[in-house]
Design a binder for this molecule. Sequence first.
Ligand code: NAD
Ligand code: ZN
Ligand code: ZN
Length: 360
Amino acid sequence: MAHQVKGVIAGKKGEPVSIEMIEVPNPGPGEVLIDVKACGVCHTDLHYREGAINDDFPFLLGHEAAGFVEEVGEGVDDLASGDFVILNWRAVCGHCRSCRRGRPWNCFATHNATQKMKFDGKELSPALGIGAFAEKTLVAAGQATKVNPEAKPEVAGLIGCGVMAGLGAAMNTGQVSRGDSVAVFGCGGVGDAAIEGSRLAGAHTIIAVDIDPTKLEWAKKFGATHVIDSSKVDPVDAIREITDGNGVDVAIEAIGLPVTYEQAFYSRDLAGTVVLVGVPNPEMKIELPMIEIFGRGGTLKSSWYGDCLPSRDFPMLIDLYLQGRLELDLFVSETISLNEVEEAFHKMERGEVLRSVVIL
Ligand SMILES: NC(=O)c1ccc[n+]([C@@H]2O[C@H](COP(=O)([O-])OP(=O)(O)OC[C@H]3O[C@@H](n4cnc5c(N)ncnc54)[C@H](O)[C@@H]3O)[C@@H](O)[C@H]2O)c1
Ligand SMILES: [Zn+2]
Ligand SMILES: [Zn+2]
C-alpha cells in the first residue's frame, strides 16, 4: 500500500509552490522509506521552481534533509527501521568508470529510488532525486547516511546539501590548506560554509564578498577575516589590496553568475585555484582572454556537492558539530512548517535568511 502524505509541489515554471497530497510507494529492492523530520530551503529548490534546472514539472521540492528510516526494501542490510539518517543526492554506484578508478566522489552514475512518487496520477520529479518537503519520501539506500542521532534534525539536514557543498568546495575541491588566502563570493548558506571550511582547513586570510551588508556581518561569525561589499567597491581591486597586490590562493564562487565568476577568476594569485560551486542557468556565458587562463597558471574547477563522499564525510561532520568544533546552529535562521516554503523563497530572495528549515 502506498502512503498518502503532504508534499510541496512546483507544478508550473515560475508559479508559487503548493501543498498537495502525494503518493509515496513502499520501498522496493534497494530502496528506503524515510520519515522526514527536517528539510532546509536551498536556492537550488528555487532554481527548480523557476525552471532553471530542467522542465520535468511537476517537481517535489526539498533535498536538504534528515529523518528516520521507516522501512527498508529487499536487499538493504546496512540500514534498519529507526536509524537517524541524512539524505544525500549523490549515491555512489561503485561500478562506473570514475568509481572503478578510485574516485567515487566524482561517480558518473549516481542513483535514486527506482519507483516514482506520484501526484494526481502523474509521476513526480523529486528535487535532486530526493523530494523531502514531504512527510515521507522514498530514496535509494545509498542516499541515506546514518549519523549520530544526538544531532538535531534541523541542523543535521543542512549537511545534506548547502553546508556540505560549501565546506567541501573549500576543503575538498579547493584543497584550502594552512596559511592559504581565500576569497568567497556570495555569503549565503553555501558561501558561509565555504568560509567555515576554509577556517577549519587553516586558511590565514578569508575574504567574504557580497552585495548585502547583513550577509557580510554574518560571514564574520563563520570566520571571515575581511569583508568586501562589492556593490560599493571593485572586489578584485579590494582583494589585491588585502593580499599585498597578489590575489588569493583559492577563489570560490558561491552564487552562480558570470559577473562573480569573472571576479573570482581575476582575484586569484598566480597558480591559484578558482572553484565554481554556484549553479549557473543554462543560458549563462562567460568570455575570458585565453592568455589570462594560461598566463596565470593554476586550476579552474567546479565542485559537485563539495566533492564529498557522504559515507565518509557526513558522520565525521556531525561528530565535529557535537564536539563543538563545527558551527552549524548559526545557519538555521528560522524553523518553519511545510506550508511556509513559498514565503521562505521570498525571504531568501530578499536576503533575510541563511536557511529556513522546514520541521515536520
Ligand atoms: N555545487 C553544488 O553542489 C551546490 C550545492 C548547493 C547549492 N549550490 C548553489 O550555490 C549557490 C548559493 O546557494 P545559497 O543557498 O547559498 O544561496 P543564497 O541565495 O542563500 O546566497 C547567495 C548569496 O549571493 C549574494 N549575491 C547575489 N548576487 C551577488 C553579486 N552580484 N555579487 C555578490 N554577491 C551576490 C546574495 O546576497 C546571497 O548572500 C546557488 O547557486 C545554489 O544553487 C550548489
Ligand atoms: Zn541544495
Ligand atoms: Zn560510480
